[in-house]
Design a protein around this ligand. Sequence first.
Ligand SMILES: Cc1cc2nc3c(=O)[nH]c(=O)nc-3n(C[C@H](O)[C@H](O)[C@H](O)COP(=O)(O)O)c2cc1C
Length: 175
Amino acid sequence: MILILSGSPRKNSINSGLAKYIQNAYEQYNVESLIFDLSSTQLPLFTDEESDYDNENVQKLLKYVEKATSIVICTPEYHNAVSGALKNCLDFLNRDHFFNKKILMFVAGCHGKGGINALNNLRLIMRGVAADVSPQQHVIDGEYFDEEQNLVHEEHQLIVKELIYSLVQFTETKV
Ligand SMILES: Cc1cc2nc3c(=O)[nH]c(=O)nc-3n(C[C@H](O)[C@H](O)[C@H](O)COP(=O)(O)O)c2cc1C
């Protein structure tokens, strides 16, 4: 199973739209994927207390991450970094959760030159959990989504499909 983690806390998030696009593309590849979307599944603030893990959404996150063979992360860029919601989510996880998994990163919703800071920030965070992050990554400007957060730009659709296919090959060698 490939986990698609969408890191925006916003309703009507473009990253949520991208996560859905990726899930549909995986369906076409006959590969199981699940979305964990921080805009609809809120996590408590990580406090490093045992009681953090009583929360049902934290349990769901851990279950999904443990089941995943690979993880696609879609994040917005907030003030030149990933969203606070995504950083908080990743604080619940450690290097054991990422062992022997491939990670692929996308940023959606930026304009102009935006996005690269979020990717660099996420790459640094993922280094902190010793994750195997693909050197390939992609930014998709907000203008390539329609008003219902569907990715509608054909060229970007093709790039996304090509990038996510690399995780299919990795996943197949593990099942
Ligand atoms: C708090 C905040 C900070 C932002 N900072 C940046 C930024 O540094 N660079 C950028 O390109 N866009 C920035 N944006 C614009 C977001 O990238 C844009 O709203 C995007 O749609 C967010 O993705 P989402 O729809 O998935 O939430 C910011 C938006 C918010 C709400």
